[in-house]
Ligand binder design. Structure first.
Ligand code: FAD
Length: 327
């Protein structure tokens, strides 16, 4: 019989990624409703030492698959490792982050296991009557939320948007670690990694930032982001943006907040020259404190802002940077 809620835990350079911790949080809620366990699946080379953090954030057990072939993420060996874990354990639910890795891995596994997959979920809950997983995701350009149920196949699988689920902290630092052996052959490695080009390490992922200074089309050009960067530097913040700024080529795509960008939940979100389109709000409206600066008084961003300045950002940004510098 299928049982337990499994979470694919992403790691890079053996560092557990935040999305895995968030997924353990929602997995904990689902498993408690079902009276089942949360099981983390950790795949890599020499990753066993990282399991403590998973117990602290809600895992009951962790299944570890280690092999030199799993050092870096490569689709085939990772898909084989997770497939073997799923086949051996028959989970009720399997969750993945809707990251580039999760989006690559989960559909392959769904096809291999012959089950369904709901992509990019923003809400997961258990149906009180049937105990099925209700998987909700935006559809039709975010104009409606679709709830999808996988009635006849197991496991029920979903990718979940990073930044949406809340992590939990439990008073526990260890638990059962199961090492699963998977036999790899050279045929499992169908690519050769020649070089790994690392991102600018000084920049944090915007989903991890406590303060975001976000800019939109109102910045007027890429130089507007230079001013925002100065403000971000004095605040210890990261710079993010609306899609309009990304589409204009003013800033990199990985800085985009919103429905087709990233979902963020910082302690403080500044919106400079961003109108507040629904697709943008979908990615930031759960921020703890939102401060908007827009020259138009009835811009929709003010519907979600806690504080607002109606005015020209070209005057506000340098002034704010100056004042904070003096503090
Ligand atoms: P605008 O809407 O043009 O707003 C610019 C604002 O700047 C205006 O409110 C203006 O009053 C203000 N302004 C101008 N000059 C100044 C100044 N000097 N001082 C102060 N204020 C000033 N958008 C996203 O952001 N993220 C997404 O993930 C996303 N996904 C999408 C997915 C789909 C399927 C679709 C259809 C759209 C998506 N969009 C997304 C686009 C979205 O609909 C908006 O077009 C976009 O968010 C607008 O960006 P903006 O607010 O920067 O620009």
């Amino acid at each position: 019989m299928s049982k337990n809620v499994f979470v694919f835990i992403e790691q890079r350079d053996n560092k557990i990624q935040k999305v895995g911790i968030e997924l353990l949080g929602i997995a904990r809620q689902l498993a408690d409703k079902l009276g089942q366990d949360v099981v983390g699946m950790l795949v890599g080379e020499n990753v066993k030492g990282e399991t403590g953090v998973l117990f602290k954030h809600g895992a009951d057990k962790v299944i570890v698959v280690e092999d030199p072939m799993l050092k870096e993420y490569v689709t085939e060996p990772y898909a084989k490792a997770i497939y073997e874990v799923i086949k051996a354990n028959d989970p009720e639910i399997v969750l993945y982050g809707a990251t580039s890795i999760g989006r690559d891995l989960a559909p392959r596994l769904a096809a291999r296991i012959h089950t369904g997959l709901t992509a990019d979920c923003t809400k997961l809950e258990i149906d009180e009557e049937t105990n099925n997983l209700l998987m909700t995701r935006p559809a039709f350009g975010g104009n409606l939320m679709a709830t999808i149920v996988c009635e006849d196949f197991r496991p029920q699988m979903a990718t979940v948007r990073p930044g949406v689920m809340q992590s939990v902290n439990v008073d526990k630092t260890d638990g059962e670690v199961i090492e699963q052996q998977v036999a790899f052959t050279d045929a499992d490695m169908n690519v050769t990694i020649r070089e790994i080009a690392k991102h600018d390490n000084k920049k944090k992922d915007i989903t991890e930032a406590k303060i975001l200074v976000s800019g939109g089309r109102g910045l007027g050009g890429p130089e507007g982001f230079d001013e925002l960067q100065k403000l971000a530097d004095v605040l210890g913040a990261e710079v993010s943006s609306s899609r309009a700024a990304v589409d204009s080529g003013w800033i990199e795509k990985d800085r985009q907040v919103g429905q087709t960008g990233k979902t963020v939940r910082p302690e403080l979100y500044f919106a400079f020259g961003i109108s507040g389109a629904i697709q943008h709000l979908a990615g930031m409206e759960d921020s703890d404190l939102i401060i908007a600066v827009n020259k138009v008084e009835d811009a929709p961003i003010y519907d979600v802002a806690d504080l607002g300045v109606v005015g020209d950002l070209n005057a506000v940004v340098p002034k704010l940077t100056e004042l904070i510098k003096k503090e």
